[in-house]
Design a protein around this ligand. Structure first.
Ligand code: HAM
Length: 512
């Protein structure tokens, strides 16, 4: 950037004098839709009949909803709805988003972008490719028969073409659908990641919402435990990047094969396996007697239930080996995972806990969940191996494993730990014309800088210099560029470095 130190003087002290009259003549201030005190008045179309206070009070939310067809005609279930008529009335809307959903005003959006940036960066570090799927999917994709909670939480409806559709509650079934669709055209292993909004009609608790974003990483085509070890390593990498340590969080790890081996001893049919897992996943949510009753109803004997519950309480791999022996796959897989964790360098992050089975039917092997060590929050993330999901959709099975990591619980944790980063808006330059006739010149300056990759906040209205400085501070601008007539005539602009107060003139073609 070329600087001319000979003009290090106060910038345009005359500015206030000649800008103020323009401010008053701006069209904004003479708009008929604004009252003098600046409060906005809406232009309301004339109603078809005179509005009396009685008419107004009867314009409750229900009557408006009915008049717009929102609740009438069968609601979401009818595929033959005609578009709601446009109401002639101004209705006072609830300015809050629907329960359980969020707006993302700029400050929230900055945090979300920061989080997603870290999700993406970690995925890139591990060589994963980004994918995405529609938020709206066929309902059938999410219907599994094992009594999962997620099934009852589905946002589902019939569209105008009488198709049963659902807002996705998770990304995994869509991923499986796409893998089947791609068939043999893709070379394995696939390492895919995605960040997508998911919808679940959940009971709201801290960090649990009806809409959340999930970061997923999945590996398709690797049957070895090395895949699970790699996935956990990526989550650890993410935690470290954002300042979370092994004393803040950990991973509880187990394998569904543990349960499978116990159930096999009691001759429980394979097809009941996922049902049993779903019941066991509720162990901390409903009374133990209820769990036992549900397990017995699937056909597990009294003795089998007791044995199962005993095994589920095991917290050490050595103890598990003592009970199940070392020949089975469950113990072998888990031992390999813990050994790999040592090599990766994250042993202190993981622990064996047989009670972790996860609440989704499709898992077949190792399962894991990220938890906060203070025990204040719900699961931070969760995943596992799902080697048989593809065949449930009519495809050929492929070994697969992955995880989902929500955006809500982690933010709660960051708040708990005082680790939410300060993210302020930052625009490198603020460019302002000192005369309305120079708006075009200022636009040209802004374009030159933007073409060079610099961000520019162009002042679009005539404003006093005081306002411009205030705005520059709000957007954390590095420099202020003023376009005044005498400099412009000489092909120059005035630059002020806002952190140091340094001022100089620079030729337009030397502006960097
Ligand atoms: P999930 O355990 O149901 O697994 O969800 C994964 C993560 O998503 C949870 O640990 C949590 O961080 C977040 N999450 C889930 N529901 C909510 C909610 N209502 N509000 C806020 N956050 C939520 C799955 O969804 C699997 N599909 C993950 C997976 C991918 N397994 C293999 N690949």
């Amino acid at each position: 950037m070329a600087a001319n130190p000979s003009s290090l003087l106060i910038l345009h002290p005359r500015l206030n004098v000649y800008l103020k009259p323009f401010v008053l003549s701006l069209p904004y201030f003479s708009s008929p839709s604004l009252s003098f005190n600046g409060a906005r008045r809406f232009l309301i179309p004339r109603p078809p009949f005179p509005i009396s206070p009685r008419n107004l009070s009867s314009l409750s939310s229900t009557s408006v909803a009915q008049s717009t067809g929102e609740n009438g005609g069968g609601g979401g279930r009818s595929g033959a709805l005609s578009p709601p008529p446009i109401t002639e009335f101004v209705q006072k809307i609830d300015v809050n988003p629907p329960k359980g959903t969020r707006d993302f005003p700029p400050e929230e959006m900055r945090l979300r972008n920061w989080l997603f940036h870290n999700f993406r960066e970690v995925s890139r570090l591990f060589g994963f490719e980004e994918v995405d799927f529609p938020v709206l999917e066929s309902e059938a994709l999410f219907i599994r028969k094992s009594g999962e909670e997620i099934r009852d939480q589905l946002y589902c409806f019939e569209d105008r073409g009488n198709r049963r559709v659902a807002l996705r509650p998770e990304l995994t079934p869509s991923l499986a659908r796409l893998v089947i669709q791609k068939g043999k055209s893709v070379s394995l292993p696939l390492k895919w990641f995605g960040i997508g909004q998911c919808w679940r009609y959940e009971r709201m608790t801290r960090g649990r919402r009806r809409e959340h974003y999930q970061w997923n990483m999945d590996i398709i085509g690797v049957p070895e435990v090395t895949a699970e070890a790699e996935l956990i390593s990526s989550i650890v990498t993410f935690f470290k990047r954002i300042g979370i340590t092994a004393s803040d969080v950990g991973f509880k790890v187990s394998s569904r094969k543990v349960l499978q081996e116990v159930l096999r001893c009691y001759s429980i049919p394979e097809n009941l396996f996922s049902k049993v897992c779903i019941i066991i996943d509720k162990i901390e949510k409903i009374p133990l007697d209820e769990i036992k009753k549900e397990l017995k109803s699937t056909g597990v004997s009294e003795e089998g239930v007791e044995e199962l519950l005993q095994v589920l309480s095991i917290k050490s791999l050595a103890k598990l080996e003592e009970i199940l022996g070392s020949a089975g796959e469950a113990v072998a897989d888990l031992k390999q995972l813990f050994s790999l964790a040592e090599k990766f360098g994250y042993s202190e992050w993981i622990e064996f806990d047989a009670s972790v089975v996860r609440g989704l039917a499709y898992y077949t092997g190792i399962v894991f969940e990220g938890f906060d060590r203070e025990g204040k929050l719900r699961a931070i993330c969760g995943g596992g191996r799902y080697d048989r999901l593809l065949s449930t959709f009519g495809g050929d099975d492929l070994p697969a494993c992955g995880f989902g990591f929500g955006d809500a619980v982690i933010v709660e944790l960051l708040k708990e730990k005082g680790l939410v980063p300060e993210l302020s808006l930052q625009v490198e330059n603020i460019v302002c014309a000192l005369d309305v006739d120079l708006q075009g010149a200022a636009a040209r300056v802004a374009s030159i800088l933007r073409e060079k990759g610099q961000s520019v906040d162009l002042v679009l209205e005539s404003k006093p210099l005081k306002w411009v400085f205030k705005r520059a501070a709000r957007i954390n601008a590095y420099r202020l560029i003023l376009v005044g007539s005498s400099e412009w005539q000489r092909g120059m602009v005035s630059v002020k470095i806002l952190s140091s107060g340094e001022q100089y003139e620079v030729k337009l073609d030397e502006l960097e």
